[in-house]
Design a protein around this ligand. Sequence first.
Ligand code: ADP
Length: 224
Amino acid sequence: MICLKKIVKKYKSGSDEIAALNDISTEISAGEFTVVLGPSGSGKSTMLNMLGGMDRPTSGQILINGEDISLLSEKKLTDYRRKNVGFVFQFYNLVENLTTYENVGIAANLNGNVDKVLDIIKDVGLEKRIKNFPNQLSGGEMQRVAIARAVAKSPKLLLCDEPTGALDVATGNKIFDLLKKYSKNKDTAVVVVTHNPEVAEIADHVIRLRDGKIVADERNSSSD
Ligand code: ADP
């Protein structure tokens, strides 16, 4: 269980201060597919950065199973990120000179999942692309490699920032279905940030942001 309590994140911009997040509180659970929706500039990426331990709040608490990660030392925060968080980005961020197998293998190494690399790749449907390099793959395939790499760590938290932003609608929908499948693992919470409101239909939990505030926080009962 992840609990955000009264999170405020302010950025200085010249003499001005922008509250990217302005008193945000919510709970995110393992086993759920959580979608964070909102227009550009509403604070979505900032919220994801807080959850992933990439940045700290100006005030408030981020409780992960009861521990406030905003109080961790830099080293412990890096440890938290490495062991517990998988990231999926809009532009995949794969290592260009490594094959599918190697890109996933590096991440699997971190958590002792080396013997599972093949299964993980099969699970995202890329068993025929194991020896290919990223520039030999389509956008949808590259995103599947990125998802395989992220889940190879067995993360407690899978954070996805506009994962379908560079894909056509049909390919993007398949990626959302794949992410939803991983959210059904009871040990993993999947959080997807997107400006695509259609995803709300398959989400278990929808958080809507506007101007750094939560304007709606709802759980769907019939998302399966
Ligand atoms: P979204 O992901 O919804 O597009 P962001 O979380 O990226 O929104 O940004 C929220 C607000 O915070 C925006 O007004 C943005 O300009 C501002 N912001 C984000 N990161 C920084 C930063 N590092 N420095 C200054 N302002 C920032």
